[in-house]
Design a protein around this ligand. Structure first.
Ligand code: SIN
Length: 427
């Protein structure tokens, strides 16, 4: 990566952009093949996998357009003595570490802006799902990316990998998506070398339904916010705060929609939720549900692990959950929805914010003024207002508090992969 980076940074931004755009095109042409690979290695239903390919590819198209728009500035010093020239060179060699829930999109969201800005990358794909990354690497080369600019290095030995990659003197930045727990470990490692970091970490999103909400739209949004990609997303709604006037009706409608979800092999027609990634995930989801039930939660649908083969958990809706119960303090990362009833908006906002995470929030109300006012008070980097999906390459993705540092996508995403240099000059 270090050997290839200088020549890559010296290419014209337009040339880099065109390679990225050709990669977008190749990914779209290979949608079915890539989607099947994603489903085979991750387990999500094919429809979700196809959606992921489109989403992942779009980061290449978006950043092909951003490559030619990295803006600097020219100003005059206040004393009038000299000019201030500001520009944004690439960081250099970037280490990218991504999770298994999006084998394609979590890589492209980082890689595309990194390449657009002129960096080279060393990527650790997820150990459970490295094959999609390798295929994207091939497509990048077919699109004209020079050898060495992207290096995809799967491993089963993460510790050794980090020692080699993060401690290498050529490495200048670490961009990570994964758990807050591991993000903290990586931040400490990166601090030893004063590396630039972007961290996309855990979530625990509140999903708020007011008494004037369109309940059908709220249930549809809840299904997306909870269940997309087999409920294994860090943007997933994790705590459903529902006004007491509509709580019974919402819970009944939501439970009916969850009971309609078909779990099974993601390659099979009609399956809308695949397996969890492994047995441990099923055990920890089931422990949270059992503890909540022991603590007074009612089970509106689901509950209890499904017999094997495979690691399935049934879509589950829990009623009578109190904010602060153990299940509301954990990122569930599975198809379980705890419903908490509220009547006092101020208290509900305080409860929604009473966690260390701040990635996503969702608000449903027909009153747009109230929706915006409440959205502004939720401590989260991204809010879905009458919408169950927030992810968009054209929008800044990232969290507040322990959900992360920095933003990916939108206009700002590319600047995370740039330095800022200022030149004081006279003429
Ligand atoms: C994530 O789960 O880490 C990302 C979800 C998304 O991009 O939608």
């Amino acid at each position: 990566a270090a050997n290839a980076q200088g020549a890559w940074a010296a290419t014209a931004p337009r040339q880099r952009g065109e390679i990225l755009r050709r990669t977008w095109q190749r990914m779209i042409e290979h949608t079915d093949e890539l989607a099947r690979l994603i489903t085979l290695e991750h387990g999500k239903p094919l429809a979700d996998a196809r959606g992921e390919v489109t989403y992942a590819a779009e980061f290449f198209r978006w950043n092909s357009e951003e490559a030619v728009r990295i803006q600097g500035s020219l100003g005059t010093a206040p004393a009038g003595t000299n000019r201030i020239v500001v520009h944004h060179p690439p960081v250099g060699v970037v280490v990218i570490v991504t999770p298994r829930n999006f084998p394609a999109a979590m890589i492209t969201r980082k890689l595309a802006p990194a390449l657009a800005a002129g960096n080279a990358a060393v990527i650790k794909p997820p150990r459970e799902a490295p094959l999609t990354a390798l295929r994207i690497g091939e497509l990048l080369h077919e699109a004209g990316l020079p050898a060495g600019v992207v290096n995809i290095v799967p491993t089963l030995s993460s510790g050794d990998w980090f020692d080699a990659a993060v401690d290498h003197p050529a490495t200048r930045m670490v961009s990570f998506t994964g758990s807050t727990e591991f993000g903290i470990v990586l931040l400490k490692r990166a601090a030893d070398r004063v590396l630039k970091t972007v961290m996309e970490l855990g979530g625990n999103a509140p999903f708020i339904v007011f008494d004037d909400a369109d309940l059908e739209a709220a249930v549809q949004g809840a299904m997306v916010a909870k269940m997309r990609h087999s409920a294994e997303t860090c943007t997933a709604a994790n705590r459903f705060f529902v006004h007491e006037a509509v709580a019974d009706e919402f819970t009944r409608m939501f439970a009916a929609a969850m009971a309609d979800v078909r779990i099974g092999n993601g390659l099979d027609d009609g399956v809308t939720c695949g397996p969890m990634i492994n047995a441990k995930a099923v055990t920890s989801i089931n422990e949270l549900v059992t503890a909540a039930a022991d603590h007074g939660a009612t089970i509106a649908t689901g509950g209890g692990a499904v017999d094997g083969p495979g690691h399935f958990y049934p879509p589950t809706v829990l009623g009578n959950v109190r904010s602060g119960d153990d299940i509301t303090r954990h990122e569930i990362f599975g198809p379980v929805a705890p419903v908490i009833t509220f009547d006092d908006t101020e208290q509900m906002i305080a409860d929604a914010n009473d966690i260390e995470m701040g990635l996503t929030g969702y608000v449903y109300t027909r009153d747009l003024g109230r929706g915006l006012a409440v959205s502004e008070r939720i401590q989260a980097g991204m809010i879905g207002l009458n919408r169950g999906a927030v992810s968009d390459p054209a929008a800044p993705f990232g969290g507040m508090k322990q959900s992360g540092l920095g933003r990916e996508g939108a206009g700002e995403g590319i600047y995370e992969f740039c330095e800022t240099q200022y030149i004081a000059t006279d003429w």
